[in-house]
Design a protein around this ligand. Structure first.
Ligand SMILES: C[S@@+](CC[C@H](N)C(=O)[O-])C[C@H]1O[C@@H](n2cnc3c(N)ncnc32)[C@H](O)[C@@H]1O
Length: 288
C-alpha cells in the first residue's frame, strides 16, 4: 500500500459517517447522504416503489428500504454485483445502466411505475476535472432519460452530479421535466468532493425530448441507447399495461359473447317450447 493509500484508509477510519455506517450495519457511508436528502426533500415515502441506478455496494438500497418499509419495493442496478440484502422487497441486478437491455430487465422487475428514481452513479474518476465532469453528465443524463421512462407522474428524482461548466445546463434540462428542481450538498458529502445532488420533484409525465436545444444532449449517443429501433425497441411500462389492458378487454368481450350466446340459447329454447305447446294445445282443441 502506497503512502497516499495509507493516508486515505486512515482518514476513512476517522470519518464520522464511516463509523456510523459501520455501527448501524449500512454498507456505505453514502446511506447517510440519501437519508439526509430525504429528510430535507421528502423524495421517498413509505410504501413507495424506488429504482436505484448505480447501487453497489448497496448503502442507498438499505436506506431506501428503511424508508419504504415492508410495503414498498426497491430495485437497483450496478456494473458490479451487489451481495443480496436480506429483504424480500429489495432486488439488485448487475448491468450497465446506459444499456437498453439493462433498463428493460429492471422494468420487468417493478410491480408498477416508480415513485422515485435515485442515482448515485459515478464514472471511474480519472482526476482530470473536465473529463470526469463530462462523463458524470453522460451518466446523469441517461439517469434522467431513464427516470422519464420509469417514473409515475408526480414522482421524484435525485441524482449525483460532478460540478463543472455544464452543471447549470443540466439543471436547466431537468426543469423541463419536473415541477421543482433544487441543488444541494448533504452534510454527509465531503466538502472536498465535487459532487452535488440535484433533486427534481413532481415529474410532469412528459417523455424525454431528444430535440431539445441543450449542449448536454450532444454528449449522449442515443443510438447506443435505443434510437435505432425507435421507442418500439424499448420496453415501455405504459405500453405493457396497455397490452395487458387490451388482453383483459378482449377476454371480457369473449366472456360477454359467451354470456350472450347462453342467453340466446335460453331465449330460443323458451320460444321453441312456447310455440310447440301452443301448437299442440291448439291441435288437441281442434281435434276434440
Ligand atoms: C458511489 S457508488 C454508489 C454507492 C451507492 N449509492 C451506495 O450507497 O452503496 C457509484 C456506483 O456507480 C456505478 N456505476 C458507474 N457507472 C455505471 C453504469 N454505467 N451502470 C451501472 N452502474 C454504474 C459504479 O459501479 C459504482 O458502484
Amino acid at each position: 500500500m502506497g503512502k497516499k493509500d495509507k493516508r486515505w484508509v486512515l482518514q476513512r477510519k476517522r470519518d464520522f459517517y464511516y463509523k456510523l455506517a459501520k455501527k448501524n450495519k449500512y454498507r456505505s457511508r453514502a446511506s447517510y447522504k440519501l437519508l439526509q436528502l430525504n429528510e430535507k426533500f421528502n423524495i421517498i415515502k413509505e410504501n413507495d416503489v424506488v429504482v436505484d441506478l448505480g447501487c453497489a455496494p448497496g448503502g442507498w438500497l438499505q436506506a431506501a428500504r428503511d424508508i419504504v418499509g415492508e410495503g414498498g419495493f426497491v430495485a437497483g442496478v450496478d456494473l458490479q454485483g451487489v451481495k443480496p440484502l436480506k429483504y424480500e422487497n429489495v432486488i439488485a441486478i448487475k448491468g450497465d445502466m446506459t444499456k437498453k437491455e439493462t433498463i428493460e430487465k429492471l422494468m420487468k422487475l417493478l410491480p408498477s411505475k416508480a415513485d422515485a428514481v435515485i442515482c448515485d452513479a459515478s464514472p471511474n474518476i480519472s482526476g482530470v476535472w473536465e473529463r470526469d465532469h463530462t462523463r458524470s453528465l453522460e451518466l446523469t443524463t441517461i439517469a434522467l432519460i431513464t427516470a422519464t421512462k420509469l417514473l409515475k407522474k408526480d414522482g421524484n428524482f435525485v441524482v449525483k452530479v460532478f460540478q463543472g461548466s455544464l452543471f447549470n445546463d443540466y439543471v436547466a434540462l431537468l426543469k423541463n421535466y419536473f415541477k421543482k428542481v433544487q441543488t444541494t450538498k448533504p452534510k454527509a458529502s465531503r466538502d472536498v468532493s465535487a459532487e452535488v445532488y440535484v433533486v427534481g420533484k413532481k415529474f410532469l409525465g412528459k417523455p424525454f425530448d431528444r430535440n431539445l436545444k441543450s449542449p448536454i444532449l450532444r454528449l449522449i449517443d442515443f443510438k447506443a441507447i435505443d434510437e435505432e429501433k425507435g421507442e418500439k425497441g424499448t420496453i415501455n411500462i405504459t405500453e405493457d399495461i396497455q397490452e395487458e389492458k387490451g388482453l383483459m378487454i378482449k377476454r371480457i368481450k369473449e366472456l360477454r359473447k359467451e354470456k350472450i350466446s347462453k342467453l340466446d340459447y335460453y331465449f330460443y329454447s323458451f320460444f321453441y317450447y312456447f310455440l310447440y305447446f301452443t301448437f299442440i294445445s291448439r291441435a288437441l282443441t281442434l281435434f276434440f
